[in-house]
Design a protein around this ligand. Structure first.
Ligand code: GTP
Ligand code: MG
Length: 204
């Protein structure tokens, strides 16, 4: 049971992408999918509707799964592994969570059945400068990106191709270790890049 993170700063499009890929993985690829959604505010995922299509949804609130509520996260994973037995678990951490810490929690509490899979970190192309340059936000956004196995440049429909390239260059300039990382441009609105994300998950 691989734990795949759909992470990234507040409002970057995590839930929207998560719901899109969960249903494609389940309906078109026959994957048994579970979702763990960790929201800071109110939960926006309608679990009942998703469960009709065989997707198990677990919600965790009251803090971040990478720190305050790490033990609830671990208990949820162990429940899923023993009771639901999914092929994969898609996890949406809060927008202020640190992906590498979420992986640490999985590794710490994981068993041979529960493994830390890739972290996909979304970066909102429509707020590129603000996200990287803001004194406080920028620090967290860069820490989040450092933990990325794949960088998803989200909301690609809101900017042009040149801006998408600039986004990628700006990220690599700030975090040179991402030079070799795979970047995927995604627009859930236009459905571009979504299949690439699915491919990465299926062939992980
Ligand atoms: N234009 C456009 N808007 C998008 C896209 N993906 C998400 N959005 C919008 O961006 C806003 C935030 O999306 P969410 O999916 O809720 O973002 P999130 O990262 O889950 O937000 P938090 O959980 O609050 O951190 C919503 O209004 C979405 O409709 C996209 O590909 N293109
Ligand atoms: Mg969300």
């Amino acid at each position: 049971m691989d734990i795949i993170q759909i992470a990234g700063f507040l409002g970057c499009g995590k839930t929207t992408l998560l719901l899109t890929i969960a249903s494609i993985l389940s309906e078109d690829h026959g994957q048994k999918v579970a979702m763990v959604v960790n929201e800071l505010g109110e939960v926006v995922v309608d679990g009942k509707i998703l469960e009709q299509s065989g997707i198990k949804v677990k919600e965790i609130s009251g803090g971040c799964i990478c720190c305050q509520v790490a033990s609830s996260f671990a208990a949820t994973l162990s429940f899923l592994a023993s009771e639901f037995k999914p092929d994969l678990v898609l996890v949406e951490p809060t927008g202020v969570a640190i992906p590498s810490q979420v992986k640490d929690v999985v590794r710490m509490f994981g068993t041979s059945k529960v493994e830390a899979g890739p972290a996909m970190v979304l970066f909102d192309s429509s707020r590129s400068e603000e996200l990287l340059d803001d004194e406080r936000m920028g620090v967290l956004v860069k820490i989040q990106l450092k933990g990325a196995d794949f960088v998803i440049i989200s909301k690609a429909d809101m900017v042009d191709q040149a801006q998408l390239e600039e986004c990628k260059e700006a990220i690599i300039k700030e975090i040179p270790q991402l030079q070799k990382a795979r970047f995927i441009e995604v627009s859930v609105v236009n459905r571009t890049g979504v299949n690439e994300v699915i491919d990465v998950i299926l062939h992980r």
